[in-house]
Write a protein of this length. Structure first.
Length: 223
């Protein structure tokens, strides 16, 4: 579990390997001393497991599934990535619930400066856009951000980014057309999953819906 508060920008040392599993090595002098073998680390919003620790460098194995749904496969030596260690039980919850399971890839459509702030527009697929909520939370390359606006046609959304975030994350060096990992708020996905049976048009769904409404009324949630 992560919160989307980036702790360091690490340097990509190596990306490569076989077709099924790739090796990713990240240099982070700040976080490596805090890690143990088997720890989870968010890399650009993707949860990966530490397999080797060597002189400030962390190694990770990346599966084809991860490469398919994230921009990890596009990393190259010399690039920087956002890093966050898994949240400790007594840690401060600074962002929102972030699992490190990217839902897909978005593309930066525009970067506009408005005073001290930056407005970044990101286009995403319909399967991701359905979970984007105005003023809701979204994870962009591992950064917990708030949705500032949604395109009326539903093809992109905007985030407002403060100068501090631009300076301490990789957002500051992003360009139009570049890809970013997207993880939507997990709460919305769970709600959709739970209520789907009650919205069904079949007889069973109708009965379940009626039963749910009755139960909510009895318990005083609705009148």
């Amino acid at each position: 579990m992560f919160t989307g508060i980036v702790e360091d920008c690490g340097d990509v040392v190596y990306v490569g390997g076989g077709a099924d599993v790739q090796l990713l090595i990240i240099k982070t002098l700040k976080l490596a001393p805090k890690c143990n073998i088997g720890d989870s680390v968010s890399i650009n919003g993707v949860c990966l497991t530490v397999t080797v620790i060597d002189k400030g460098e962390l190694s990770f194995d990346v599966t084809t599934e991860t490469l398919k749904h994230s921009n990890i496969g596009g990393l190259r030596s010399g690039m920087q990535v956002n890093l966050e260690l898994a949240m400790s039980p007594n840690g401060r919850f600074g962002g929102h619930f972030v699992l490190g399971h990217a839902d897909g890839i978005g593309s930066i459509k525009a970067i506009d400066r408005q005073g001290a702030f930056f407005i970044i527009k990101i286009s995403v697929s319909d399967s991701i856009m359905r979970y984007i909520v105005h003023k809701g939370s979204v994870t962009i390359d591992g950064i917990s951000l708030t949705v500032a606006d949604i395109d009326t046609n539903g093809s992109f959304f905007s985030i407002a980014v403060i100068p501090h975030t631009m300076s301490v994350t990789t957002l500051g060096c992003k360009r139009i057309g570049e890809s970013v990992n997207i993880e939507v708020d997990i709460i919305g996905k769970y709600v959709e999953r739970f209520i789907a049976p009650f919205l069904s048009d079949n007889n069973k769904g109708a009965r379940e819906s009626e039963s749910l409404l009755k139960k909510l009324t009895e318990e005083g949630f609705i009148r």
